[in-house]
Design a protein around this ligand. Sequence first.
Ligand code: NAD
Length: 499
Amino acid sequence: METIGHWINGKLVAGTSGRFADVFNPATGDVQAQVALASPAELDAAIAAAAEAQVKWGATNPQRRARVMMEMVRLINRDMDKLAEKLSSEHGKTFPDAKGDIQRGLEVIEFCIGAPHLMKGEFTDSAGPGIDMYSLRQPLGVAAGITPFNFPAMIPLWKMGPALAAGNAFILKPSERDPSVPLMLAALLQEAGLPDGVLQVLNGDKEAVDAILDNDTVQAIGFVGSTPIAQYIYARGCANGKRVQCFGGAKNHMIIMPDADLDQAADALVGAGFGAAGERCMAISVAVPVGDATADALIEKLIPRIERLKVGPWTAGDDVDYGPVVTAAAKANILKLVESGVEQGAKLVVDGRGFSLQGYEDGFFVGPHLFDHVTPDMDIYRKEIFGPVLSTVRAQSYEEALKLAMDHEYGNGTAIYTRDGDTARDFANRINVGMIGINVPIPVPLAYHTFGGWKKSVFGDLNQHGTDAFRFYTRTKTVTARWPSGLKEGAAFNFKAMD
Ligand code: NAD
């Protein structure tokens, strides 16, 4: 059985805690490796070594740090297929989708090449008589990232790219479900020229997370994962005086207006609802058609599209639409929620409950589900299912549809399908959600914009990547300087007599 350890001081090391977690092949249900779970002592030692390494790295000129990012772009592209294969084998997502996961992280590394520009401060000439005032952006020291299973390349890269480019040392605690790709990325960063110790990757569970939260050297924590854990990490990290940003769960609504192109909307819903088996924080999990005529027509278009979906292992080829979910526990939870939907009176119009794949009976595959007549009091509406289940809530007016999305506790992403610019503009202005798509189902902002939700989808300030990331991973120092006298009084050409 393969064991997966940690990346500490520039090399792969075995864990010493004696605790391990299983890493599954989600397509077969087999345990393919065991990952070491770091102890608090391992964390503390790695953090102390990172603090030492940071001193030189933080003093390295930002252009040199940017060159490491530049080389990292080349290396990720060189190893794209190798990374994607490992990613698919541990996560279960299709090969093209695994490449997309890596690509979206890579784009943030490309953005980080701009670190010298992004780190520039401000300057006021003659803020007072003979006084200049300037502000610097300096690294925080040691920062940490705690990341989820669903994007094992993208989200670690979103965290460590800006943190490292800004001159910090970084401690990454990736998801214990798919730990290999973050370790491969650490090795690539070393090959790209990152000094040993500046990036430490420690695998682990709650014990490792708590050690990060309570370590006095760690100055900032960037977390991505489910909302209850996000709230916990935010509260404990802040209580310990750290800068913390936590991105949580989602329940993204797509509103379909009667004037929308329903074929486009149905295609978008199927891709956004079932892609990656619904395990995306930007997945659309709720369709809100406006008016019964729109709803009936939409359901009619959705059913054959959903029934045609090809579910299978990533090894079955690029025409597989989605793969298994991540664990047996995730599968059980999804199916339990589907049962609750049926019991609470929603109409299950595509029933994936009996789904089984020949040769992969023990894999964590979940068939696609479509619910109609879902109401806001049902568990399938209130909770994040994080699986291939699309719920339809019928609204009778635009205002009712808008209110539904606004009243939901999550506010990560949302979309509207319409041909009417005025409706789209009103929606984008009034909705209390962080990322909005207008005839775009998954509006993930590009690397040079910033990514973040509202409401219970986020705790803390500033978004991920883009300019916000450089603000999060740096702090401002402002200098007020006056030089009362200086050499301008003139050079001395004669020897002066000693007084
Ligand atoms: P998770 O909350 O279970 O785990 C996230 C991280 O927290 C992992 O590293 C895990 O080891 C750690 N963790 C888990 N339980 C913990 C505990 N009790 N104490 C301390 N640490 C703990 O999330 P997940 O299942 O890996 O990921 C899926 C979730 O992430 C979904 O809710 C999804 O919406 C969310 N997500 C959000 C975004 C976003 O940007 N808003 C992006 C991707 C995923």
